[in-house]
Write a protein that binds this ligand. Structure first.
Ligand SMILES: [Zn+2]
Length: 174
């Protein structure tokens, strides 16, 4: 929420800056304001990512994440701002090193893993699934929110890796 407020403020500051004469005192002052706010936003973002990743690593033994094709997503207007705002890759980096430090498993499915197209109940894979289709429904009877279905698939992949690589049985907090 704070980040949202700062971003609005930044847009306002930048508008003000564009109205000033380049090189003038007013311009330089406004420019300094913009760069200070930029720094604040970066800190707020990092703070948020650190807190969220800390919470997850403290509470779960296996963390499995998607690999987003950011370049392709940035071509898509619908995604760009959302993705930039959450700084996905930075978040994964934080998760990964916190997991390593705590002896927990961090797993990331590869870019080509079709988490959205696979049925989390029976494993059948759809050939296509348009983005507009928000509910996944399968012939096996599984009808589920699209994102939840993808998350379950990613989770299953993480658990599989945990048991095959680590060869150990331990309690897993879901
Ligand atoms: Zn199915």
């Amino acid at each position: 929420m704070f980040l949202h407020i700062s971003l609005e403020k930044l847009a306002k500051y930048q508008r003000k800056l564009s109205n000033k004469v380049k090189g003038s005192n007013g311009y330089n002052k406004q420019k300094l304001k913009v760069s200070k706010l930029h720094e604040k936003i970066t800190n707020q973002r990092n703070d948020f990512l650190h807190k969220q990743s800390r919470f997850l690593v403290n509470n779960y033994d296996v963390i499995s994440a998607e690999t987003l094709d950011l370049e392709a997503m940035l071509q898509n207007k619908y995604f760009s701002k959302k993705i930039i705002d959450i700084s996905y890759n930075k978040f994964l980096t934080y998760l990964k090193y916190k997991c390593e430090a705590e002896g927990k498993l961090f797993h990331q499915v590869n870019k080509y893993y079709a988490s959205s197209k696979i049925c989390s109940n029976c494993g059948t894979k759809k050939k296509t699934l348009p983005l507009s289709q928000r509910v996944y429904s399968c012939e096996c009877g599984n009808v589920i929110d699209r994102d939840l279905n993808a998350a379950l698939n990613i989770c299953i992949e993480g658990i599989k890796t945990f048991y095959t690589k680590e060869d150990r049985i331990t309690s897993i907090a879901w």
